[in-house]
Design a protein around this ligand. Structure first.
Ligand code: AMP
Length: 463
């Protein structure tokens, strides 16, 4: 089957061709025809299956065929996402797939000033992608209403529940209009998620793709038994021994993620951390630096990493194993995306052996046990101290990454400006001053993180 067989509007097909998508993924070929008929849908699918396009394309088709003015302080479509990063990613997908349509897309989430979001929503928008807490804040301040929503999407429902969003979701359900199309996606469908789905859906068509365990099949999975106290040394050796393009390193706690980064920095290895204690600006910067390849190692907790779609992740390293087997599947699903093969390496301390057993039972894959590397004991003895916590004017990896991002944006701007500072754009890395100055001055007008403006981004038919 090809996208052209689905009967999608021409501007959407044009955008898909520009992205070089030929055929729909299984979730797309199952969901799109149902959604084009206006039916409700309950989808069991995780990120990486193409589910964003599965709900974005038919919705865009609806807007292309039934244009309407946007409702004042309201929206025509509401997508709820559990995390800020996923919300931003979904909004970007709408912009990409809808680039030849004149539609407005806004993303709203917490951790950034609300006033800009209030202003951006005041005249109404076509598509809003939101995290539940900030959406309710906006509604409580009477700055936004969801009473005109025609299409409602609840994405990653199981993670919403894990993050304690059940009460906000129940409130949101009551504020939606009766007449609407509902789409509900979850990676798993235990009883409590089914009960939640029942509150939103009306006679839904059910589709399900790639049961959890199959994601794991394209990933080479290894486990090494190691004392908890020696994991940092093992990580340093692993990073040096492996041929890493990009690696996601998972820790169980936020504090643990910071500690890993500091130890890596101590060993002269650049890494950034992303977790719930970081400010939104720090999270965005870290993710952008990782996405653009300025930093090869991103250390993350589960909550922050869920749903993140970064291509070219060659390795997932479980510094600690998750105690929920499904979380392991989500983690390793960050590699081996879009048909690529990936490697997942798990460091297993004695008290984590039961977690390993549970994981193997769920995935039906036995992890290859890899012995400690030859130079391991030496690495343990010589493990450099952790870098001190941020001090004075010293640059952390995060600040270095931020600087690299600034430079990249500056260079992009220079490329778009034929006249002028082409020469300065190629200054060696050490000389970043002009880039910084220029970046600040232009901050409001560009694209990407610099133009983030309180996480509200608007498009009017542009990519
Ligand atoms: P998602 O599950 O929505 O996070 O999508 C996972 C990745 O697959 C994203 O990078 C999409 O851009 C990509 N993708 C989605 N649909 C297709 C398709 N039909 N062909 C190729 N790539 C796709």
């Amino acid at each position: 089957m090809q996208f052209t067989d689905l009967g999608l509007a021409e501007p959407i097909l044009k955008a898909l061709a520009a992205k070089k998508y030929g055929s729909p993924t299984p979730i797309q070929s199952q969901a799109i025809p149902v959604l084009l008929k206006g039916k409700d849908l309950c989808g069991i699918a995780q990120t990486g299956t193409g589910k964003t396009a599965a709900f974005a394309l038919p919705s865009l088709d609806h807007f292309a065929r039934s244009p309407k003015p946007t409702p004042l302080q309201g929206c025509r479509m509401l997508v709820l996402s559990p995390t800020r990063e996923l919300a931003a990613q979904i909004a970007q997908s709408f912009r990409d797939y809808g680039r030849f349509l004149k539609l407005s897309v806004e993303v709203v989430f917490g951790g950034v000033p609300i006033n800009r979001q209030i202003k951006a929503l005041s005249r109404g928008v076509d598509i809003v992608v939101a995290t539940p807490g900030r959406l309710l804040d906006l509604i409580d301040q009477r700055a936004f209403t969801i009473k005109d929503t025609e299409i409602f999407v609840l994405d990653e429902a199981d993670q919403m529940m894990d993050m304690g969003f059940i009460h906000p979701l129940k409130r949101i359900a009551k504020l939606l209009p009766r007449e609407r199309q509902n789409l509900f996606f979850s990676a798993t469908m235990p009883k409590e998620i089914e009960a939640l789905a029942a509150q939103f859906l009306n006679d839904p068509v059910k589709v399900s793709v790639a049961p959890q365990s199959t994601t794991a099949e394209r990933v080479r999975q290894q486990a090494t038994f190691v004392n908890q106290a020696e994991k940092q040394a093992l990580l340093t050796v692993t990073i040096r021994n492996e041929d890493i393009d990009r690696a996601l390193i998972f820790t169980r706690t936020k504090h643990g993620a910071d500690r890993v980064v500091r130890f890596l920095e101590g060993a002269g290895i650049q890494a950034v951390a992303i977790h719930g204690n970081k400010s939104q600006a720090q999270r965005t910067t870290a993710l952008q630096a990782f996405r653009h390849g300025h930093v090869k190692l991103l250390v993350a907790t589960d909550i922050a990493a869920r749903g993140i779609d970064v291509s070219g992740v060659s390795h997932v390293i479980n510094f600690e194993l998750p105690n929920v087997p499904e979380q392991y599947v989500h983690r390793i699903g960050r590699t081996a995306r879009a048909g690529a093969e990936g490697i997942a390496i798990s460091f297993v301390a004695d008290d984590e052996r039961p977690y390993l057993k549970a994981i193997e039972r769920t995935t039906k894959v036995k992890l290859d046990v890899v012995a400690l590397p030859e130079n391991f004991m030496e690495a343990v003895r010589n493990l450099p101290k952790a870098a001190p916590q941020r001090k004075g004017r010293e640059q952390t990896s995060e600040q270095k990454a931020k600087r690299a991002e600034g430079q990249r944006r500056y260079q992009d701007q220079q490329k778009q400006q034929p006249r002028g500072n082409a020469e300065r754009a190629h200054r060696p890395d050490g000389d970043a001053k002009p880039a910084k100055k220029n970046f600040r001055r232009r901050r409001g007008g560009g694209s990407g993180v610099g133009a983030h403006k309180g996480a509200v981004q608007k498009t009017g038919g542009r990519s």
